[in-house]
Structures are given as structure tokens and as C-alpha cells.
Design a binder for this molecule. Structure first.
Ligand SMILES: Nc1nc2c(c(=O)[nH]1)N[C@@H](CN(C=O)c1ccc(C(=O)N[C@@H](CCC(=O)O)C(=O)O)cc1)CN2
Ligand SMILES: [Mg+2]
Length: 300
């Protein structure tokens, strides 16, 4: 699960998101099998609006991973000219369908559609993205609820790598509803001392250098350089940025300059193969939780 290195000589230890995600998916498959054995077939409905190429890949991967884990999966593909009323009518129908345990509306929605209104329309008990205001409030109140998938995946990676959170200084770069704010809430709930940096923070490098746990989620390719990182820190890179290369093939980079981080940090997540794969694994986990909660079983 974790690649061992002696930090002084070989650099940071790599937190292998691919293998941790595979372990989580295996555990979820077990929980689904237990539900099925009790006569409950958990179901996930994924909604994709428009033809954004990245979203199409993510939705296909969600469908495939959920099917493999034993969920009944339906993917609803709507055209880019779908109206707000049509989209909300679909959400209403899925809310009312007792066989639907989880509803995921892939983001971003095409321009002109109000994603906040769509998310508010979801039944919070089926909101497996953890974005409905009810679930956001539960998170900040330290109450059990559905938690956004990528931040939940970050915590899972720390826990499964044996990295202590309580008492640590944590810095989160970015304040999005999908990642920055919820990861800050989760770290706070685990008794870290949390600072959020954003585009108006003076000298973010100096703030980041204070971090024992640094989470980068700003969508700026390789913004975080080696000298932003305290020696031995844990660095979670949530960024997934496609950059051009001389050969025209392009490549994926995170918000962190990997080689420089590797030379300074104690632990680091790669891109690809770090935080990204955890997003879908935690979606499956949330869907199993939603199914167990909705159907009156808490053991799964
Ligand atoms: N409704 C939601 N929309 C979006 C979410 C989300 O959690 N809920 N997150 C992102 C996209 N996303 C899932 O939807 C996602 C992003 C990345 C990965 C992943 O496995 N990345 C790989 C690289 C994949 C590649 O080659 O592009 C990695 O990092 O190794 C999975 C899911 C925005 N929308
Ligand atoms: Mg990654």
C-alpha cells in the first residue's frame, strides 16, 4: 500500500492511491454482498449532462467500478441543451424511486444550468457526493453524514498510511465546496490545526511551509514548489491538470511539483495514481452507506 523509502536518501514515501482505492473497493464489494444476502440490492444513479470529455470518462469509470462492486447502476445521459426544469424533474423522479440509494450529478454542469439548485433538490439521504447543504452542515457539526468523495479519500489515505492527524498543523490550499472546504472540516474534526489559503492569501508559500500536512487543491499546475514544503511534511496533491508537452502528447500534473516535493516531503501523493482514484472508491463507499442507512441497516 505504501512504498517504503528512507527519506534522507531516497526522498518521500509515496502514498499509492491506486492500491488504497482497490482495497476500499474490495471492502465495499463485501458490504454490498452482505446487503444483497439480506435481500437489499443497493442502487446508484449517475446523471451526466452534456458532452464534456473528462466528465464522460469519469462517469464511465464510476459506472464500471460501481457495477463491479455489485451495485445496480443506471447512468442517465442528458443532452447539453437540457433545461433546468428537465434536470430537476429527473432528480425528483430519482428521489421518489425507492430502489435508488445514491444519486450523483456529475460536475461541472454545462453553462446555463444552476448546479447549486440541482444539488439542493437532491434528497440528502441519497446525496452520495455529500454536497447538499444538509450534509455540508452535518460535516461542520461533526455529525455522521455523507461526506464529499475526494476529501473523504484524502482522510482514508492518511489513516491507511498510519499518518497521525490529531495535533498536526494542516494547510489547505483552495476553498472549493467540492474539496477545499470539506477537507478543512474533516481535518478539523480530527483535531488538526487548520489554515485555509486562497487566491487572496499574502505569501501562500510561507503559510504552506508551516504545514505538517499540506493539501493542494487549487487547479494550478505545479504551483507548489519544493521550497513551499517543510522537510518531512505530508503532501496530498488533489490537482489534476493536463499540460502540453513538446511532443504534443500532453501529460497530467498535479498542483504540486512532484520531483521537488519528493525531495523534501516525508510522504507525497503522485498524479496520476494518488488522490484521483480515491474519489470513485469513496463514492462507492458512500453509496453503500446510503443504502444501509436508507433501508434501516447500519451494519453495512
Ligand atoms: N459530482 C462530482 N463531480 C466531480 C467530482 C466529484 O467528486 N463529484 N470530482 C471531479 C472529477 N472526478 C469524479 O467525478 C474524478 C477525478 C479524477 C479521477 C481519477 O481517477 N483521476 C486519475 C487520472 C485520470 C485521468 O487520466 O484523467 C488520477 O488522478 O490518477 C476520478 C474521478 C470533478 N467532478
Ligand atoms: Mg492523483
Amino acid at each position: 500500500m505504501v512504498t517504503e523509502h528512507a527519506m534522507d536518501t531516497e526522498g518521500a514515501r509515496i502514498i499509492d492511491g491506486k492500491s488504497i482505492a482497490a482495497a476500499v473497493r474490495g471492502e465495499v464489494a463485501q458490504r454490498v454482498a452482505e446487503l444483497v444476502a439480506r435481500g437489499i440490492q443497493p442502487g446508484l444513479d449517475v446523471v451526466l449532462v452534456g458532452d464534456d470529455p473528462a466528465s464522460q470518462v469519469y462517469v464511465r469509470n464510476k459506472d464500471r467500478a460501481a457495477t463491479r462492486a455489485g451495485f445496480r447502476v443506471r447512468t442517465h445521459r442528458l443532452s447539453a441543451v437540457t433545461s433546468q426544469a428537465e434536470l430537476e424533474a429527473l432528480v425528483d423522479r430519482l428521489n421518489a424511486d425507492d430502489e435508488v440509494d445514491g444519486i450523483l450529478v456529475q460536475l461541472p454542469l454545462p453553462r446555463g444550468l444552476d448546479s447549486d439548485a440541482v444539488v439542493r433538490r437532491l434528497d440528502p439521504a441519497k446525496d452520495v457526493d455529500g454536497l447538499h447543504p444538509f450534509n455540508v452542515a452535518r460535516l461542520w457539526m461533526d455529525r455522521p453524514g455523507l461526506v464529499p468523495c475526494t476529501p473523504a479519500g484524502c482522510i482514508e489515505m492518511l489513516d491507511r498510511s498510519g499518518i497521525e492527524i490529531a495535533g498536526k498543523r494542516a494547510v489547505v490550499l483552495g476553498r472549493s465546496l467540492l474539496v477545499g472546504k470539506p477537507i478543512a472540516a474533516l481535518l478539523l474534526a480530527r483535531n488538526a490545526t487548520v489554515t485555509i489559503c486562497h487566491s487572496r492569501t499574502p505569501d501562500p508559500a510561507a503559510v504552506c511551509r508551516e504545514a505538517q500536512i499540506l493539501v493542494a487543491a487549487v487547479g494550478r499546475p505545479e504551483l507548489v514548489r519544493g521550497d513551499w514544503i517543510a522537510p518531512g511534511a505530508t503532501v496530498l496533491d488533489v490537482g489534476i491538470n493536463r499540460v502540453e508537452t513538446a511532443d504534443g502528447a500532453g501529460r497530467l500534473v498535479g498542483d504540486v511539483h512532484f520531483e521537488e516535493a519528493h525531495a523534501r516531503a516525508g510522504w507525497v501523493t503522485p498524479v496520476p495514481g494518488g488522490v484521483g482514484p480515491m474519489t470513485i472508491a469513496m463514492l462507492l463507499s458512500n453509496t453503500a452507506t446510503a443504502a444501509a442507512n436508507r433501508r434501516g441497516r447500519t451494519s453495512a
